[in-house]
Design a protein around this ligand. Structure first.
Ligand SMILES: C[S@@+](CC[C@H](N)C(=O)[O-])C[C@H]1O[C@@H](n2cnc3c(N)ncnc32)[C@H](O)[C@@H]1O
Length: 250
């Protein structure tokens, strides 16, 4: 999941990539942003992709920096929102130690911390720390390990989408998947994505000068996971973790 992956994905982004803004039916993320927004402040949208969150952020802040690893995504975002005049675009890799960032009062990072490589994640967290001023707020959404496992358990227990289930995997691939599972790296459409346990996320944030003040499940409909969810299946639902964290001074 290096830059190349996201550059190639850009033209197909709207069809291929899950839309958190649209699927967060209770609008928890937008509410969290509004709670901590200030029209005199700057916000950085980390991994902004094609800019879905920019119309939410732009009216609430003095300045918005839209950062993404993919230049192609940024070009699409720029072409979609020419009227958002307080948005500036920056190509940059959060997993690069030399990334230059102007710290903002708020950082919003919605399902962009996905890299399966532990070293890249370590730098990503350091850059999150650098990107937000002391006293500032981080609003972070990431895929959940707990939700992933719940989905697999329900799928097998109740024989859901059986036609799609195959146990035919090479030994090498099975071993790789098993190793990845130990790290919360789980496949979405056959592509390894980092998922987080709530406690793991808490630990990573506190080690990077962030104090989590709110954890929330961003719940989705079961048809985001299954082609044919049974009609009786409602709660519990699949979810991503939303965490609101305050950046502490040293
Ligand atoms: C799943 S999309 C989420 C997009 C957006 N935040 C949203 O909610 O609509 C992930 C985005 O993160 C970007 N990304 C992934 N790794 C990155 C990195 N190391 N540095 C900056 N952006 C990154 C990708 O290019 C992609 O646009």
């Amino acid at each position: 999941m290096k830059r190349n992956y996201w550059e190639k994905m850009a033209p197909h982004y709207q069809e291929e990539i899950f839309d958190v803004l649209e699927n967060d039916k209770k609008k928890w993320i937008a509410k969290a942003i509004r709670n901590y927004a200030n029209p005199r402040h700057q916000v950085i949208d980390i991994g902004c992709a094609v800019g879905k969150w920019l119309p939410v952020l732009s009216p609430l802040f003095n300045k918005v920096v839209a950062l993404d690893i993919s230049m192609n995504n940024l070009k699409i975002a720029q072409s979609l929102f020419p009227n958002l005049t307080n948005v500036s675009y920056q190509q940059g890799d959060m997993s690069n130690n030399r990334l230059r960032l102007q710290p903002a009062e708020m950082g919003v990072c919605i399902n962009a911390l996905l890299t399966p490589h532990a070293k890249d994640r370590a730098v990503f967290f350091k850059n999150l720390q650098r990107s937000i001023k002391s006293g500032g707020t981080l609003i972070l959404t990431v895929p959940s390990v707990e939700s992933y496992l719940l989905t697999r358990i329900i799928q097998q227990q109740y024989n859901i989408d059986n036609v799609l289930l195959t146990n035919k995997t090479s030994k090498d691939k099975a071993f790789k998947n098993w190793k990845n599972l130990q790290q919360g790296v789980l496949n979405i459409d056959d592509v390894p994505h980092k998922h987080f346990l709530q406690e793991e996320l808490y630990l990573s944030l506190t080690r990077h000068q962030f104090t989590p003040v709110q954890f929330k499940k961003i719940e989705y409909d079961w048809n985001t996971e299954f082609l044919r969810p049974p009609r009786w299946l409602d709660h519990p639902r699949p979810w991503d973790w939303l965490v609101v964290a305050k950046k502490t001074s040293k």
